[in-house]
Design a protein around this ligand. Structure first.
Ligand code: AKG
Ligand code: FE2
Length: 279
């Protein structure tokens, strides 16, 4: 079998065929790893991995998370269950867990069963989103940070602040690093400026030109780079959709100096006049 890689869309994602991921040599893994950094999302159709095989594949990309709260499999606690009837829906554009100081670098997702039609997943390339902006806009964004909060999960106290544009630790490319689900504030700006800019950046990073879309068949396996993408699980189905998921931890940011230690935004709302009394 020869490894074949073809692009799924013009901007992100590639389908890998001619490979059984249970039987990767170091050489074929090196090819896959390079393709992953290049295409950001890799699709491996027709793999049908057992939970331990899925864990072993994911482990080649980094250490694995054992999540304290999510529903997981008994013998392979690294594998969590995403069940559409039990809260496992993600139909808002997002990047995973950006409210953490150490978000995951990747997720490996396999469909076990799904609807006849519908339930596709989309990804958007955030390198391209950044690169397609005007020079002045890119310069402006490089000087900003963004606050991410777990408020949609009922934990507004879980917050992280990091640059609005992140340099990928492995490729060195800059990516837009805000998302509609978790990013709440650009602390350097007035509230209404922050709201307007974030609304623009959310929509901008979701432009169809930056995306790909995958129609699942059970047994398909996907890995995405969580440092330079957003994704969206389309909620256009009624029947059951069941996925196995493994989360990969690692280096999310290129340099420790990019970790913003002390959020410097006001916890309390600024008064209406505060904009005019700054020195
Ligand atoms: O169900 C999917 O297709 C993706 C769900 C999701 O957002 C995730 O696994 O992080
Ligand atoms: Fe997600």
């Amino acid at each position: 079998m020869t490894l074949k890689i073809h692009k799924l869309s013009g901007s992100v994602g590639a389908v890998v065929s001619g490979i059984d991921v249970r039987e990767l040599t170091d050489e074929s893994f090196a090819d896959i790893y390079g393709a992953w950094l290049n295409h950001l999302v890799l699709f491996f159709p027709d793999q049908h991995l057992s939970p331990s095989e899925q864990r072993d594949f994911a482990q080649r990309f980094g250490s694995l998370e054992v999540h304290p709260l999510t529903e997981k499999l008994e013998d392979t606690p690294e594998v969590t269950l995403l069940h559409s009837e039990r809260g496992g829906r993600a139909d808002v554009w997002h990047t995973d867990v950006t409210f953490s100081d150490t978000p995951p670098i990747a997720a490996v997702l396999q469909q076990l069963s799904g609807p006849e039609s519908g339930g596709d997943t989309m990804w958007a390339n955030q390198y391209l989103a950044f690169e397609a902006m005007s020079d002045p806009m890119r310069g402006f964004l490089r000087g900003l940070t963004a606050i991410h909060s777990a408020w949609p999960q009922g934990h507004p106290e879980m917050k992280a602040e990091r640059p609005a544009v992140l340099r990928h630790p492995e490729t060195g490319r800059e990516a837009l690093a805000v998302n509609r689900l978790f990013t709440t504030r650009i602390p350097q700006l007035e509230q209404s400026e922050s709201d307007a800019l974030l609304a623009h950046l959310f929509t901008w990073g979701e432009r169809p030109e930056f995306t790909c879309r995958w129609t699942w068949t059970p047994g398909d396996l996907v890995i995405w780079d969580n440092r330079c993408t957003r994704h969206y699980a389309i909620g256009d189905y009624d029947s059951e959709r069941i996925m196995h998921r493994v989360t990969v931890l690692g280096t999310y940011i290129s340099d420790e100096s990019e970790r913003v230690q002390r959020p410097h935004f006001a916890e309390t709302r600024l008064s209406a006049s505060s904009a005019f009394v700054r020195s």
